[in-house]
Design a protein around this ligand. Structure first.
Ligand SMILES: [Zn+2]
Ligand SMILES: [Zn+2]
Length: 180
């Protein structure tokens, strides 16, 4: 997921390049995204290179109901400007100007000293942001019993009766009283 943009930085503002990302593993801080792939469009700006990418990947997650490990299909869009470390004619901003130009909490993406753009970090951030909030292993997943925490997909537990929850709580209270 590295692209050499020396040619693009020497081209005129507005020049574009298109690339395909071959399926690649992106991993960091316990996050693993497999088969990260997609289409990339890069455009020379007056400050560097604007990268737009449509990404697909497979993420690792756990079912929000039964906690089983699952894989989720993810799609993410990336739009980030990368600034060159090396000087290029007509690439206008120096580092101080860039500092003023950016918001304080903005991450800066740099084109490295080999004139390469590494898309892995932006891809990782974009994919993390599109992960589903409450993924399920399958729509009919029965989840864990809130009382005894056994997996109700595997077997029904004793807590599962026709009683409503307040009724079970009432019965638990009764049992507790009897024990004393
Ligand atoms: Zn599940
Ligand atoms: Zn139970």
């Amino acid at each position: 997921m590295r692209f050499n943009v020396a040619g693009l930085l020497r081209a005129t503002v507005g020049a574009t390049r298109q690339y395909e990302i071959e399926p690649e593993l992106v991993r960091d801080d316990g996050e693993v995204f497999e088969e990260v792939q997609g289409a990339v469009r890069m455009m020379r700006t007056d400050r560097g290179v604007l990268v737009e990418a449509q990404l697909r990947a497979i993420g690792s997650d756990s079912c929000s109901r039964c906690l089983a490990p699952i894989r989720t299909r993810l799609e993410a869009s990336v739009e980030e400007e990368f600034y060159p470390i090396n000087p290029f004619p007509g690439v206008g901003l120096d580092l101080e100007e860039r500092d003023e130009d950016r918001g304080l909490d903005d991450t800066v993406f740099l084109i490295d000293d080999r004139n390469e753009i590494d898309l892995r970090e932006v891809a990782r951030q974009a994919l993390i942001a599109t992960r589903p909030m409450a993924p399920v292993c399958r729509p009919e997943c029965a989840g864990l019993c809130p009382v005894c925490h056994s997996d109700r997909n595997v077997s029904a537990c004793a807590c599962e009766s026709s009683m409503s929850r307040p009724a079970s709580l009432h019965r638990l209270a009764e049992q507790w009283r009897l024990k004393r």
